[in-house]
Design a protein around this ligand. Structure first.
Ligand code: GDD
Ligand code: MG
Length: 362
């Protein structure tokens, strides 16, 4: 067929990223850094979702649905710039819940829309999810992932043909009937949005999905068994770094460990010990006798002084760990100061600018 006669089958699609939550379970880290931009290694989280969306050529615009500290997020992503995607920001006047936010952000849409919870990391083949949605002429398609304990998620029961039969958000222990949960990734038809009230908070999980089932609409499940995690708690936030260093999530530059990844602009003095896998970002200085243990992530412009130890911990930028201090299994926000011989261990989470005085124990 001559090129001029080819009709493009590529329809432009939009994606809505629900990134308006307060990130309460990640406090105090999220006091000054909303969850969608907490760093995973050196990159704000949403970058990983943009990477995934970029792989689908049909998606030409990403709408970030925000309400908590929207300016900080806009400041980072601008108009999309280097991501190659055009980014639009929709800021709710007040939190509208997950469904209210979709309606508010998707008001003008006529095409199928991809929706993501703004805190899930996966390597899903989004193009196949969209293909299934079209093939089944679905009103909604939801990605499911198996987990050991569904109680913190939305439990989703399906039938043999892959239709969703039941959606139960945060099931109680005796309500757990299967291991598949809502992975927070959907393809939706905008002609269903009119059932979402315009100005009151409304939940996609508790109201919109159950309404599809009640009305007998085509609501299809796509089960993905690849890597999936919700980064929304300190334990999961730590785990995601671990998983990446262990090679379970491969769409990063940190594949092929265990390696000590050290920025070219970091300075690791002779006599400092780095145990792989670990990561040291630009501008950071690690002094003689200091030890960076496995599964540690040290952000930009940090100082780890003589004989200090950082083990299985994540330090954000501009933090100083003074001589002989120990930071183990903890997360420290930006610009913290840990005094000499202080000990911080066992799941401590410090907000930005925390000061731990010399010899303190946390
Ligand atoms: N714009 C906007 N407005 N976004 C919101 C609002 C809102 O009012 N409320 C929540 N969000 C965003 C959050 O920022 C987050 O990215 C996403 O919606 C989901 O909210 P979470 O608070 O993280 O929910 P969850 O983790 O307890 O449960 C959800 O995710 C699970 C998978 O991780 C549910 O969708 C579960 O069904 C699901 O299994
Ligand atoms: Mg979540």
């Amino acid at each position: 067929m001559p090129a001029g006669h080819m009709i493009s089958s590529v329809v432009a699609m939009k994606a809505i990223l629900l990134a308006g939550g307060k990130g309460t379970r990640l406090r105090p880290l999220t006091i000054h850094t909303p969850k969608p931009i907490v760093p995973i290694f050196e990159r704000p989280f949403l970058n990983y979702q943009l990477d995934l969306l970029k792989r689908v050529p049909e998606i030409d615009q990403v709408i970030l649905s925000l309400n908590y500290q929207p300016r900080r997020i806009e400041h980072i992503f601008g108009d999309g710039g280097e991501s190659g995607l055009s980014i639009r920001y929709v800021v709710e006047p007040a939190p509208l819940g997950t469904a209210g936010a979709v309606r508010y952000a998707g008001e003008a849409l006529r095409e199928s829309v991809v929706v993501f919870n703004g805190d899930v990391l996966t390597e899903i083949d989004l193009a196949s999810v969209i293909a299934l949605h079209r093939e089944r002429k679905a009103k909604a398609t939801i990605v499911l992932t198996p987990v050991e304990n569904p109680s913190a998620y939305g439990l989703v029961e399906t039938d043999e043909a892959g239709n969703v039969r039941r959606f139960l958000e945060k099931p109680k222990p005796d309500e757990i009937t299967c291991d598949t949960i809502n992975a927070g990734i959907y393809v939706l038809e905008p002609d269903t949005f009119d059932r979402i009230p315009a100005d009151t908070p409304w939940s996609i999980e508790r109201s919109y999905f159950p309404s599809l089932i009640e009305r007998g609409e085509t609501f299809v499940a796509y089960v993905d068994r690849g890597y999936w995690i919700d980064i929304g708690t300190p334990a999961k936030y730590t785990q995601v770094h671990r998983d990446i260093m262990d090679g379970h999530f491969r769409s990063t530059r940190f594949a092929g460990g265990p390696i000590a990844w050290v920025s070219e602009d970091a300075r690791v003095d002779e006599g400092a010990v780095l145990e792989a896998p670990c990561f040291i970002d630009e501008g950071t200085v690690v002094k003689a006798g200091a030890r960076i243990g496995p599964y540690s992530v040290v952000g930009r412009q940090c100082h780890v002084e003589e004989h200090a130890t950082v083990a299985q911990s994540i330090l954000w930028a501009n933090t100083r760990i003074c001589q002989d201090a120990l930071v183990s299994q903890s997360i420290l926000g930006r610009q913290c100061h840990v005094g000499r011989s202080a000990t911080i261990e066992n799941g401590v989470v410090l907000g930005d600018k925390s000061v731990v005085t010399d010899f303190s124990r946390l």
